[in-house]
Design a protein around this ligand. Structure first.
Ligand SMILES: *Cc1c(COP(=O)(O)O)cnc(C)c1O
Length: 396
């Protein structure tokens, strides 16, 4: 594998520079400035076993390698100059990345998971891993005593998501990592909502970061993908082996699209955050809105932790309206925001989590409120977004 060919080269550079250059040098064969889409399943060998680092594309492809180097570079702790370079492994979806992480556990092992996680993560845990012998408890990770009480002799992993999808709850990664270290637990952080631009969990003590690159990293709602990043070499090897042995790998086109998205990630996140601040503030003034959930608001319960562990508050805003029917009717009235699942793209999206993205948690302990509306604030003119929000909420 040539995947390590320029890892670390951009260690000293700022995040925006790494987003554009790490892993993405000009193509050595042609000088192409953009990473080529190596649309090939196999690679010619000049003698048996003699090749340039790639033999079969399930195991590795140069476009995917570039993506993995870029992802690893973005999660690099800038203060940890002497430390191990993180390594990234790309997957065909965020849930395939979660699966690779959870499959490192063994039957009988126990996981403490946030009681407020992406519905698909909960469903995978409850309906795929639990029947194969993993045990888990969904716990309020904001309550460290509750977390400590949930840890059993068989607990191996603490699964954190912050800010959470869809309630925008913020958990204190450093405090959780400290507690987990006392019990020898692997700390996994789903960093999909924050992205490495706003939050670097490895620098806060986490062992593993997972991403749905479908969201902000891709950024244009045109690709489904996932990634795992860790500075633990044994875990990195295990994830890479899992990707090759199981095969949930992204194709070169998908890898290219995520790479192209990453180049503008720092710029986009700034604009998403600024627009979200305006939308959240405007929403707070609407009579039909009972509660605005955005970690940047001073009265958000996680604001102080977010201010400390994040570099900005992101583009996701959730609203609680009068009741389920009001929320569903409002969702259908938006005109600039598109009613659709997913998030993190340049276009604004609105959805009703209880009936859409989180329907799979419906009768579980982590069911989301039915009066909740989730907004992914995009890059349109914020004035248009606010006018759209006003008419959608005022409609009744
Ligand atoms: C979307 C999402 C996932 C799952 O990713 P897919 O790419 O849809 O498989 C996992 N975690 C969070 C927080 C998400 O928003």
């Amino acid at each position: 594998m040539c995947a390590e060919r320029d890892s670390g080269d951009w260690r000293d550079a700022g995040l925006a520079t790494r987003a554009i250059h790490a892993g993405q040098g000009p193509d050595p064969a042609t000088g192409a400035v953009m990473t080529p889409v190596y649309q090939t399943s196999t690679f010619a060998q000049h003698g048996v076993g003699g090749h340039a680092g790639w033999d079969y594309a399930r195991a590795g492809n140069p476009t995917r390698d570039a993506l993995e180097l870029a992802l690893a570079s973005l999660e690099q702790d800038p203060a940890d100059q002497g430390g191990a370079s993180p390594r990234g492994v790309a997957f065909s979806s965020g849930l395939a990345a979660c699966d690779a992480v959870l499959r490192q556990l063994r039957p009988g092992d126990h996981v403490v998971m946030a009681d407020d996680v992406y519905g698909g993560t909960y469903r995978q845990m409850a309906r795929v891993h639990q029947p194969w012998g993993l045990a888990f408890d969904a716990v309020d990770l904001g309550d460290l005593d509750a977390v400590a009480a949930a840890i059993r002799p068989t607990t191996r992993m603490l699964w954190v998501e912050t800010p959470t999808n869809p309630l925008l709850t913020v958990f204190d990664i450093a405090a959780l990592a400290e507690l987990a270290a006392e019990h020898g637990l692997t700390v996994v952080v789903d960093n999909t909502f924050a992205t490495p631009v706003l939050q670097q969990p490895l620098a806060l003590g986490a062992d593993v970061v997972v991403h749905s690159t479908t969201k902000y990293l891709g950024g244009h709602s045109d690709v489904v993908g996932g990634a795992v990043v860790t500075a633990n070499d044994a875990l990195a090897e295990a994830y890479r082996f899992h990707a090759t042995a199981v095969g949930a790998v992204p194709g070169p086109w998908d890898a290219f699209l995520v790479l192209r998205g990453i180049k503008t990630l720092p710029l986009r996140l700034r604009a998403h955050g600024a627009a979200a601040e305006r939308v959240a503030t405007a929403a707070g003034e609407l009579a039909g809105v009972r509660e605005v959930l955005w970690p940047g608001l001073a009265d958000h319960p996680g604001h102080a932790v977010a201010a400390r562990q994040m570099h900005g508050y992101g583009g996701m805003v959730s609203l609680r309206l009068a009741d389920a029917e009001t929320a569903k009717r409002a969702c259908a009235r938006f005109a600039v925001f598109t009613l659709a699942e997913s998030l993190g793209g340049v276009e604004s999206l609105v959805e009703h989590p209880a009936a859409m993205t989180h329907a799979s948690t419906g009768d579980s302990p982590i069911a989301v409120p039915e009066d909740l509306v989730r907004l992914s604030v995009g890059l349109e003119d914020p004035d248009d977004l606010i006018a759209d929000l006003r008419q959608a909420v005022a409609g009744d």
